[in-house]
Design a protein around this ligand. Structure first.
Ligand code: 13P
Length: 251
């Protein structure tokens, strides 16, 4: 059975002192869960977060990385740099990076290969815009994004890739895809993986849903057949609310 992963994406929020208070309040609320708990924090919070989660069940992730190991890339951070300070996860190809920072399917693919090669656990984001959804192109868009992201990966690498389906129209808007629709899209993603890598691989891949996940809709989303957890933005900034999402299976 696939493990559930509940990952917070803090985006460009939280000063180090805020991160530390968050962790102090959050840690005791999630120490009984069987679910994997991940905090994807800004680079400037990584060190403080890593220190403060020591000895807990909370894992730490970054929100981006470069595909080269070293070099003249001012302002960038490499996978090796993240790995060597004990970061476990990295988000790749978030729609905000695709939209505002020229991330493409090609750079996503390069970053994914590098992340896997240095032993980071990549969370690769895909999802359609509202226009694409309204034009009936959502499935084509998502399938193409998946195909290009995974291009050139072997079966083992695909198994180690986490995918987050985040419809862009649901991010930060309060509009959540219905559990049924989100599950259907994720089944489509799994079928696309099956087509290229076989059923065994497709059944192993963890696929998350993201877009206005809250404590009030987490259970409905995460208990469907194919949604393996969530990538949570706004609601991951509040310790109590995020803990409720992590503990969606606990009532
Ligand atoms: P919200 O949960 O704020 O909609 O953000 C989703 C997201 O972009 C997570 O990566």
């Amino acid at each position: 059975m696939r493990k559930k992963i509940i990952a917070g994406n803090w985006k460009m929020n939280m000063l180090p002192n805020e991160a530390i208070s968050f962790i102090n309040e959050f840690t005791p609320l999630v120490n009984n869960t069987q679910n994997e708990v991940v905090l994807c924090v800004p680079y400037t919070d990584l060190f403080y977060t890593l220190l403060n989660v020591q000895g807990t069940n909370i894992k730490v992730g970054a929100q981006n990385m470069h595909w080269e190991s070293t070099g003249a890339y001012t302002g960038e951070i490499s996978g090796e740099m993240l790995k060597c300070i004990n970061v476990d996860y990295v988000i790749i190809g978030h729609s905000e990076r695709r939209q505002y920072f020229a991330e493409t399917d090609e750079t996503v693919n390069k970053k994914l290969k590098k992340a896997l090669s240095v032993g980071l656990k990549p969370i690769v984001c895909v999802g359609e815009t509202l226009q694409e959804k309204e034009d009936g192109k959502a499935i084509d868009i998502i399938t193409a994004q998946i195909k290009k992201a995974l291009d050139g990966l072997n079966e083992e690498e695909v198994k180690n890739t986490i995918i987050a389906y985040e419809p862009i129209w649901a991010i930060g808007t309060g509009k959540t895809a219905t559990a049924e629709d989100a599950n259907e899209s994720i089944i489509t993603i799994r079928k696309e993986i099956e087509k290229n890598y076989g059923k065994n691989v497709a059944e192993c891949v963890i696929i998350l849903y993201g877009g206005s996940v809250k404590s009030t809709n987490a259970k409905e989303l995460f208990t469907t057949s194919d949604i393996d957890g969530g990538l949570v933005g706004g609601a991951s900034l509040k310790p109590e609310e995020f803990a409720k999402i992590v503990n969606f299976d606990k009532e």
